[in-house]
Ligand binder design. Structure first.
Ligand code: APR
Length: 282
């Protein structure tokens, strides 16, 4: 894959395949390495609230400092445990949506592909994404708060405490990354490495405010990748994006796949979008 010289002024603006600029469809259809950074917005259409959307976002109803920090767990372990148990129930009944499915399709077609998600809901894996790093952990897992070992069986706790680790009796906690905590080093290293080698970085459904995840598109851009933002709203990343799809992920991501690989196209480089203007194959 060669790094394309990006959308020419007219191409990027005028020629579109549905809501997708034709130059973007071509860039995706011929991309060798694609990284997708996802956030809570990608799961919004599965009925899981985002964090920062006014009123509906979790942080509009709860103070993250009371629920998603080691200090909060220290202060009120049972309250934190119950809050994550409530969210875990909601996640377990949710289903992946068309946005998740489109990324599975993209993975099938792009030679080197990675989804780096901030979501702890496990919906990418449930949709079938295989090349995946969960930067903020996974709410379906529980671990010991002392040795961090994942635990899958525990005795029912007394009402005022979280359950305790069957090995060392320390409290159990959700296997997610709280504020003031480090991301899993291997997951972050892989995401950073792939971001710096990407031809195309798609950033979908994130407010791009929480680092280090929000730095990944900046790294990719600095290394020459084209950045695509998929978000109905503006974010700090919007001014850096080469392409912007101001649309919900459940609409924009399937549209992106359909534009890059129109129906009946089973491989790369044979789609109309991949042909240079004037119809000749590249
Ligand atoms: N499709 C695409 N984007 C959407 C949709 C949708 N259907 N609905 C909302 N959005 C966008 C919003 O405009 C917003 O920019 O998704 C973004 C959600 O942002 P946040 O709620 O801040 O979620 P996220 O970026 O994932 O948060 C990052 O912060 O709270 C911590 O650890 C938590 O992983 C989380 C991290």
């Amino acid at each position: 894959m060669r790094r394309d010289d990006g959308p020419s002024e007219t191409e990027g603006r005028l020629e579109t395949v549905g809501l997708v600029p034709a130059a973007l469809a071509r860039a995706l259809a011929s991309a060798g390495r694609v990284v997708v950074l996802t956030g809570a917005g990608v799961s919004a259409e599965s009925g899981i609230p985002t964090f920062r959307d006014a009123l509906t976002g979790l942080w509009a109803r709860y103070d993250p400092l009371d629920l998603a920090t080691p200090a909060a767990f220290e202060r009120q372990p049972r309250l934190v445990w119950d809050w994550y148990a409530m969210r875990r129930e909601a996640v377990l009944v949710a289903e992946p949506n068309a946005g998740h499915d489109a990324l599975v399709e993209m993975e099938r077609r792009v030679p080197a592909f990675l989804v780096a998600t901030q979501n702890v809901d496990g919906l990418h894996a449930r949709a079938g994404t295989r090349s995946l790093v969960e930067l903020h952990g996974n709410i379906a897992r529980v671990r010991c708060s002392r040795d961090h070992g994942v635990v899958d069986r525990w005795d029912p706790p007394p009402s005022d405490e979280p359950p305790r680790c069957p090995h060392c009796r320390a409290f159990l906690r959700p296997d997610v990354v709280w504020f003031d905590e480090m991301l899993p080093a291997d997951a972050l290293a892989r995401a950073e490495d792939e971001a710096q080698r990407a031809d195309l970085m798609i950033v979908a459904g994130t407010s791009a405010e929480v680092h280090p995840a929000a730095s990944l598109p900046l790294m990719a851009k600095a290394a020459g990748a084209r950045v695509v933002e998929v978000n109905p709203g503006e974010t700090p990343l919007s001014r850096l994006a080469d392409y912007t799809l101001r649309e919900r992920a459940g609409v924009a991501l399937p549209a992106l796949v359909a534009a890059a690989w129109p129906a009946g196209d089973h491989g790369r480089g044979s789609s109309p979008a991949a042909r240079a203007p004037g119809g000749g194959a590249k």
